[in-house]
Design a protein around this ligand. Structure first.
Ligand SMILES: N[C@@H](CCC(=O)N[C@@H](CS)C(=O)NCC(=O)O)C(=O)O
Length: 229
């Protein structure tokens, strides 16, 4: 049994995408980040960066004490190694999936997140910041589109943790949509993942946990999320 400490955001979706695909037994432990649950000492004890997702695996492969993991990329890698799924065992294929997993963690996620912050949430509109991150998000979409040419999925023929990391970050801001018209491969890939039954189950879980998932957040939540020093 795995406890998933989760709130329905793009980084949270990555892990429900995996767990639903793999059919692993898991319990969602909601971490309402707009209310400050991420600062609870018992959460910080295993997720010291005060962010979700994080997991506690009560049945780790070595049969020992529960294993905790924070950081969505590390969680995806942990789950792939635990189950032997969604990460090719062949070293040359495996490293390709990991390249793109790290690309998402260091590039697509943070840059798109900053684009969303300055476009949707920032109290003042700073054109330089919006343009900077819009350019970077678009550059990354171009990189992804090029990678997907001639491939069903990011790492090749098979759906992998690289796809699960990237998918939730595409088309994420309804209030500041990025036009995907120039990226036909991304659109084809996005539609294929959206149609997977496990994807639909994962996003249904999101709605159960927070029916307002994906909607703009309120002023109190902004203070908690963006007022940290
Ligand atoms: N690099 C982290 C980022 C996780 C992250 O940014 N989580 C956000 C929601 S998407 C969060 O928990 N924020 C709470 C806070 O910043 O206090 C990961 O991929 O797990």
């Amino acid at each position: 049994m795995i406890d998933l400490h989760y709130w329905p955001t793009p980084n949270g979706h990555k892990i429900t995408l995996f767990l639903e695909e793999a059919g692993l037994d898991y319990t969602i432990r909601p971490v309402n980040i707009g209310k400050g649950d991420q600062f609870a000492p018992d959460f910080l004890a295993f997720s010291p960066n005060n962010k979700m997702p994080a997991i506690v695996d009560h049945a780790p492969a070595d049969g020992g004490a529960p294993q905790t993991v924070f950081e969505s990329g590390a969680i995806l890698l942990y789950l792939a190694e635990k189950t032997g799924r969604f990460l090719d065992a062949d070293p040359r294929k495996r490293i390709q999936a990991l390249e793109w997993l790290f690309w998402q963690m260091a590039g697509l996620g943070p840059m798109t997140g900053q684009y969303g912050h300055f476009s949707v949430y920032a109290p003042e509109k700073i054109p330089y910041a919006i343009e900077r991150y819009a350019n970077e998000a678009n550059r990354l979409l171009r990189v992804l589109d090029t990678r997907l040419q001639g491939r069903d999925f990011i790492a090749g023929d098979d759906y992998s943790i690289a796809d699960m990391a990237a998918y939730p970050w595409i088309g994420v801001y309804d209030k500041a949509p990025i036009d995907l018209t120039p990226y036909p491969e991304v659109r084809r890939w996005q539609a294929a993942i959206a149609a997977r039954p496990a994807t639909q189950r994962a996003y249904a879980r999101a709605q159960e946990v927070n029916p307002d998932a994906g909607k703009p957040i309120g002023e109190d939540e902004k203070k908690i999320l963006f007022g940290q020093k």
